[in-house]
Design a protein around this ligand. Sequence first.
Ligand code: SF4
Length: 273
Amino acid sequence: MFSSSLKTIPKTLTTKLNCQRNINAIPMPSKYIKEVWGRVHSIDSFTAIDGDGIRYMLFLQGCNLKCKSCSNPDTWSYHNEIKNMSSKEVIKNVYKYQNYVEGITISGGEPLLQPEFVSNIFQECHELGLNTCIDTAGQSLPKNWDMILPHTDLVLFCLKHIDPLKYYKFTGMPQIVAMKFLETMETMAIPYYMRYLYIPGYSDDYKDIDKFIDLAKSMKSMKAIEFLPYHRLGVDKWKNMGMNYELESVPIPSKKNIDEIKNYMINSGLKVF
Ligand code: SF4
């Protein structure tokens, strides 16, 4: 995912959500939840980013996008130095931190690609009273998200680009799948933050920004826009993996440029942080 590692979701936006629970989630005792195995990239047991409040973060291995700005290209491969863990092992580990964390966030890679693993972990987390969240680009088969969303309290959704052709050029995948995922979150009334990637020269055309604003304003379950300015935190990984980093000449946006677009969105009536 394009990490929001430089900031946290402000308290004003999170307070209301902290206690929120997906009304579709049916509680299930742990002993009835099957143990399944998943491909895990890494774990961060205590973080204040990527979800509401203090989170236990699980990063999964495997992604079907190839975003040009990806900070974690080492998560792309399904078989790259993977750590296989079972859902019960994850829960045993989460249990150690349950007094300190408010919830679990599963990121990637793309968490929707391991539906049974994510779904079973989320069901067990609900048993522990923890909030569940996925950080996703919405790219998978609908049958995958049908398994996960009923047990998800919050989604961090990144629509990589509002323009279908630019989306395809930026990620290598069709935008229509992500739009279908967005529609499904709306139908199921799942609360979500929609991420806006600001990359100079890629996503700063005001015609595109206007389209993004129109879409965001028509969404009912969206809580706010999370504004993600371009950063270069993952560049060394691209180089170490021998891959060509196409955004080499893209400048880090200035505060003035960030504020300009952010304020444009805020003045249109959107909540942006
Ligand atoms: S969706 Fe995949 S390729 Fe895109 S930023 Fe996330 S991990 Fe990287």
